[in-house]
Design a protein around this ligand. Structure first.
Ligand code: RRO
Length: 310
């Protein structure tokens, strides 16, 4: 059973890999993803300089998912740039750097620095971080998104994709797709965490994370239906050259299958990777293969995008 995939022209031996965020900040964590069955190595979103992030506790899980307000802790662009040759040659899989500068100027400087590094396979430009105080999620401001892409697309020499927040209104899907279709993007990743949710400890009558009075991005089971809807909408609305990468609520092979049925070219794992560690990629891949075998499918193209309406 073959789980190989193309994201635009990027070949993956396995369509399942990590979401940007959990366990992908340090070299040790990135090597663990490299050694695992994950089909690619994706970094934590990078700013130009190293960042410590928000005060702890800043990540909490329950049975249904997670809430986080990490605040973009990362090692800075140079670190991820320098790791590219060793990671890509050792593990022979795509190495994708997530970029989340705090201003357009910072994004320009990060992209220019990463342009020098041929061992980076692609850039995932994060337009949807919900957790930096006083910084709005770029992709909820459509004019701003257009300005950012008008500036970044011409200077980025790597394949470029964008990480989107969830949308909830049909008109917003159409408006964002119309913008994205104007650019030679390789992929869009749907979705980032659902921003500014609130999880409460009822015994303590208290919020569970410290930053921003307890508000944070929601992941895990809570968000799967929203993630599926976003993958499906963008799969239907984007031009064919732009692959849709799914992220949201994937903890087993059935979840991955559902995202691919909606049109996903590849599937990222966030909250479940945080819970389970890098073994999750092999387990989820095996479960997906078992399900495909039961259904008589040999490869992802046999069912990708073929969700039926009634
Ligand atoms: O670091 C974070 O707080 C964070 C980021 Br950059 C993001 O894009 N999504 C998220 O849930 N947390």
């Amino acid at each position: 059973m073959n789980l190989s995939a193309y994201v635009n022209e990027i070949h993956l031996n396995n369509c399942i890999y990590n979401a940007s965020g959990p366990k992908c900040t340090t070299d040790k964590e990135l090597h663990a993803i490299g050694k695992s069955q994950a089909g690619a190595i994706l970094t934590k979103s990078s700013t130009f300089e190293h960042r410590i992030g928000n005060p702890e506790p800043r990540y909490i899980e329950n049975q249904l998912g997670s809430i986080n307000s990490m605040g973009l802790p990362n090692m800075g662009q140079q670190y991820y740039n320098t790791l590219a040759p060793i990671l890509s040659t050792t593990y022979q899989k795509p190495y994708i750097v997530s970029v989340a500068g705090l201003s357009l100027e910072e994004n320009i400087n990060i992209i220019k620095a990463l342009n020098q590094q041929k061992d980076i396979t692609a850039i995932e430009l994060n337009l949807s971080c919900p957790n930096v105080p006083n910084k709005p999620q770029t992709a909820y401001d459509f004019e701003r998104t257009q300005t950012v892409l008008d500036t970044i697309v011409p200077i980025c020499q790597h394949k470029l994709g964008v990480k989107l927040p969830p949308y909830f209104d049909l008109i917003h899907f159409q408006q964002m797709a119309e913008i994205l279709n104007q650019y030679p993007l390789a992929f869009v990743t749907c979705i980032n965490s659902i921003g500014n949710g609130l999880v409460i400890d009822v015994d303590k009558e208290q919020v569970v994370i410290k930053p921003k009075h307890g508000f944070g991005g929601i992941g895990g089971d809570y968000i799967k239906p929203t993630a599926l809807a976003n993958v499906r909408q963008f799969y239907l609305l984007l031009k064919r050259e732009i692959s849709v990468i799914a992220c949201g609520g994937v903890k087993n092979g059935t979840d991955a299958f559902e995202h691919i049925l909606c049109g996903a070219a590849a599937v990222q794992v966030g909250t479940q990777f945080m819970r389970e560690g890098a073994n999750c990629f092999e387990r989820i891949s095996q479960e997906l293969q078992v399900l495909m075998q039961k259904k008589g499918y040999q490869c992802l193209d046999d069912f990708r995008g073929k969700l039926q309406s009634i």
